[in-house]
Design a protein around this ligand. Structure first.
Ligand SMILES: Nc1ncnc2c1ncn2[C@@H]1O[C@H](COP(=O)(O)OP(=O)(O)O)[C@@H](O)[C@H]1O
Ligand SMILES: [Mg+2]
Length: 417
């Protein structure tokens, strides 16, 4: 749970350096001991994201452990900086009670929220997302870093929906042959061998392979729109993970290619020594497939996709119709004859009347406010209506006529050239 305390902005005196360069804005996300806000760089007016980590606990005691953990996160972020699919740390400020991490702002937010919006990904989208994610993991592993908290909430998207891996709070350096036994991450994405460490004290521990397990869970979730191991009772879910008990149920998986399923199952391989590495996964046939960009390619029938297209079509139609009603073409003749009937002019007229009279003009039962602004007398108005009818009749007979203002407040019908 997040305490309300983490959402409070640090006071200006304790973080002068940060406030002199940046102005904090609305909250973008929250963590256990951090709050992420949009912030604006005062000098350039450019947007960034600031992760504000409160080092004090409920009793106002400073946690030196959290300070060390955050410094580790910063060191790793600096080491991996510059990769196209890893978030860019821009600046850091540290005070006795807070640490501020300034990041590039990723406006489209979490992959998790995007997935919730679209329900599930096509194979093409999954291919592009997983390729970027595996490239980032392959790079991390080549630098002897494991992430340990891979999940769609920690994958952020930019304006072009390009992926940027973030949240290196649980990341660690790992030496060749080194193994860890501590439990880190988020239950649904934890690997069987990490969970085994909690029940078997003689377990040799886990290594880089845990990230690849999480990649398998992510790819499964993208394609199916649902996670592979979820159960409302967490203990049952964890047991299923340890036993690798998952399936590709119908109808969600009916349309999904065998190469996609094969890649998922090779990443979600219970034995870490048999699991694909990031490099091996990138060489899998799933990524060798050439996209069929032909407009006439026949995709397998997908009722959800068809229904979505139908819904979008209706929404688009309604928007176009609404636009047409809002912005009817303004005819000069109408504007000159009866300006109060034109919505845009009515507003100007009312505003002007308000300025002249200092209050709204009362509209009695038989009193029409429009008459205050008519350009012609009632008699002229009737004559004009007759003329309009006449012009309309002429138009029906094939002669184009329009009403144009003549001298005074009268109008004449004139053929249109
Ligand atoms: N650079 C960013 N741009 C946009 N949103 C961000 C950015 N960094 C973090 N967030 C939002 O804040 C949330 C928490 O950030 P994260 O680094 O994951 O912190 P924690 O370690 O507390 O989980 C993210 O899940 C995301 O919604
Ligand atoms: Mg996070």
């Amino acid at each position: 749970m997040v305490s309300a305390k983490t959402e409070e902005l640090p006071d200006v005196n304790t973080a002068r350096e940060f406030y002199s360069k940046y102005e904090p804005k609305e909250i973008l996300g929250r963590g256990v001991s951090s709050c992420v806000r949009r912030c604006v760089e005062k000098k350039t007016s450019k947007d960034f994201a600031v992760k504000i980590i409160d080092l004090t606990d409920g009793n106002n005691q400073i946690s030196e452990e959290l300070r060390l953990v955050t410094r580790n996160e910063i060191n790793i972020l600096k080491e991996v900086s510059g990769h196209a699919h890893i978030i860019e740390l821009v600046d850091v400020f540290e005070t006795s009670t807070f640490i501020f991490l300034i990041f590039e702002l990723l406006k489209r937010g979490e992959l998790f929220d995007y997935l919730t919006e679209v329900v599930k990904f096509s194979e093409r989208q999954t291919r592009s997302t997983m390729r970027s994610l595996l490239e980032a993991i392959s790079y991390l592993h080549s630098q002897n870093i494991i992430h340990r908290d891979l999940k769609p909430e920690n994958i952020l998207l930019d304006d072009d929906l390009q992926l940027h891996l973030s949240d290196f709070g649980f990341s660690t350096k790992i030496e060749k042959g080194q193994h860890f036994t501590e439990l880190y991450g988020t239950p649904g994405y934890m690997s069987p061998e990490m969970l085994q460490c909690t029940v078997d004290e003689n377990h040799r521990g886990y290594g880089k392979e845990i990230d690849m397990w999480a990649c398998g869970v992510i790819m499964y979730t993208l394609l199916a729109g649902a996670p592979p191991f979820w159960h409302r009772r967490q203990m049952i879910m964890l047991r299923r993970i340890m036993e690798g008990q998952y399936s590709f149920p119908s109808p969600d998986w009916d349309d999904i290619s065998t190469s996609a399923r094969d890649l998922v199952s090779r990443m979600m391989e219970v034995d870490p020594t048999k699991r694909l590495t990031a490099k091996m996964a990138l060489a899998h046939p799933f990524f060798q497939q050439v996209e069929d960009t032909s407009r006439y390619s026949s995709k397998p029938f997908n009722p959800r996709r068809k229904f979505r297209v139908a819904v979008y079509t209706i929404v688009a139609y309604r928007r176009i119709m609404a636009q047409m009603h809002q912005h009817r073409p303004l005819k000069l003749a109408v504007a000159a004859r009866d300006p109060y009937s034109v919505k845009a002019l009515r507003r100007i007229i009312d505003a002007s009347a308000f300025r002249v009279y200092g209050h709204w003009i009362k509209k009695a039962a038989n009193q029409n406010r429009a008459t205050l602004f008519e350009n012609s007398s009632r008699a002229d108005q009737r004559k004009l209506e007759e003329l309009e009818e006449f012009a309309a009749g002429m138009h029906d007979d094939g002669l184009l006529m329009s009403l144009v203002p003549s001298s005074g407040n009268s109008f004449i019908a004139q053929p249109v050239s």
